[in-house]
Ligand binder design. Structure first.
Ligand SMILES: *Cc1c(COP(=O)(O)O)cnc(C)c1O
Length: 425
């Protein structure tokens, strides 16, 4: 076995499939969001970021920075161990209370990332419930798919947002069997929203538990930033609400909220919670400051929704295939992985505009796209600049304009496949 060659071939295969990824070397500049310094081949250049999931710019909010600096000055950098070994750091206790309150739940539990919160919680709940059937939306995020797999439970995939399909699966399982429905509120690649009310009603009718991923909605929807479930008055009818601290809240970590009993069970059984070091106190303190700010302030949400709508309007009017998103996400269809990559290279190199290409396996082949995320800080002038840069790029590369049609429907398994080079090594 030539190990080195094996891994070279594994990477070659990614190249051959035109989905090798290159990450830009960026340094964000506090106070001039969404500007950043880009380093490339020994050169530095100031650019505009159009694809950040720091959706509201909270990662640079003065209150958030001050809370982080204050906590690190008082409590140091790290948490010092797993919670099982070293206990809770106090800012983490406050953060979990804040999150429970945000979603109107009895309790919250924080993990080191949103990915881990989904993987650990879904797998633990699915494993604890006897003969559990997990019903999972076909476009669920990789972290949820991983949780479903690791639960060892039987799974059924329902067609994306298809409540009739979900109902037929629930009906077949019967009222008595343990069932967990896992789905997202905002699907972040198409920018569509789940029929949460219908799903919750089905869950009540067929006695199923519900688990919603509100990662792309917390902070941004609802009167206090509690997500779509808050906006639509449905939070109290959902068993577990999961979210991230790393997108609109601008820091790092993930969490679930629910009844004290369910949270206690996950806390007690989930290896992804038990055997890993807690979030640092400074991150917890900064996140609490961010959540508190967004609970009280509507300014950021209003500005984000206004600028996202404006970007959609301006780009549609210019003839771009803006995919039909009902959220703050603005996807523009390219439909080819190489063109998608070439477009983003050109936008960055020639126009100083950074948008990461979204290719397979994140989205189905043939629906490669630019995924633009306007924030409160993307001014009208920046939107005009983006439009002009896109026109130059579309014309130079011969990318088709026109209608984008319906949102994409993916295959059930969008998780990155384990690569085995063809020659075997
Ligand atoms: C980003 C994302 C996650 C993971 O959250 P992190 O905090 O970045 O680990 C989970 N679910 C969805 C839908 C996501 O897009």
């Amino acid at each position: 076995m030539n190990y080195q060659r094996f891994f070279e071939e594994a990477v070659d295969q990614v190249h051959a499939e035109r989905r090798y990824r290159v990450f830009a070397d960026l340094e964000r500049i506090v106070g001039s969001f969404p500007r950043a310094i880009w380093r490339n081949n020994g050169q530095t250049k100031e650019i505009t970021v159009w694809c950040s999931n720091d959706y509201l710019g909270m990662g640079q909010h003065p209150d958030v920075i001050a809370a982080m600096q204050n906590a690190v000055g008082r409590m140091g950098s790290g948490a010092g161990g797993t919670r099982n070994i070293s206990g809770n750091n106090h800012p983490l206790v406050e953060l979990e209370n804040e999150l429970a309150d945000l979603h109107g739940k009895e309790a919250g539990l924080v993990f080191t990332s949103g990915f881990v919160s989904n993987e650990a919680s879904i797998s633990t709940i699915g494993r604890l419930l006897p003969n559990c059937l997990i019903l999972s939306d076909e476009l669920n995020h990789a972290s949820m798919i991983e949780g479903v797999r690791r639960s060892g439970a039987e799974k059924k995939i329902f067609r994306h947002n298809d409540v009739a399909h979900l109902e037929s699966l629930l009906q077949a399982a019967g009222r008595e069997r343990a069932k967990l429905i896992v789905f997202e509120s905002v699907y972040s690649m198409d920018g569509d929203i789940a029929p949460i009310k219908e799903i919750v009603e089905l869950a009540e009718r067929y006695n199923a538990m519900t688990y919603i991923d509100e990662v792309h909605a917390v902070g941004m929807y609802g009167a206090r930033g509690g997500g779509i479930s808050e906006r639509d008055g449905l939070a109290h009818r959902i068993d577990i609400i999961e979210g991230t601290l790393a997108k609109a809240f601008g820091t790092l970590g993930g969490y679930i909220t629910g009844t004290r009993t369910i949270i206690d069970a996950v806390r007690s059984y989930a290896p992804g919670f038990i055997f890993t070091t807690a979030l640092p106190p400074a991150i917890a303190a900064a996140t609490t400051a961010s959540i508190r700010h967004l609970k009280a302030s509507q300014v950021e949400r209003d500005a984000q929704h206004r600028q996202a709508q404006r970007a959609k309007d301006v780009l549609s009017a210019a003839g771009f295939p803006v995919m039909p998103s009902v959220t703050h996400i603005v996807p523009i269809l390219v439909g080819d992985p190489e063109l998608c990559k070439m477009a983003t290279d050109r936008l960055l190199g020639k126009h100083g505009i950074y948008i990461q290409p979204i290719n397979y396996p994140t989205v189905p082949r043939g629906t490669e796209r630019l995924r633009i995320t306007p924030t409160p800080f993307h001014s009208d002038a920046l939107i005009e600049e983006l439009k002009d840069a896109l026109i130059e790029t579309w014309d130079a590369l011969g990318i088709p304009y026109g209608e984008a049609g319906q949102p994409s429907l993916a295959k059930s398994d969008r998780i990155i496949p384990l690569l085995v080079p063809k020659s075997g090594g």
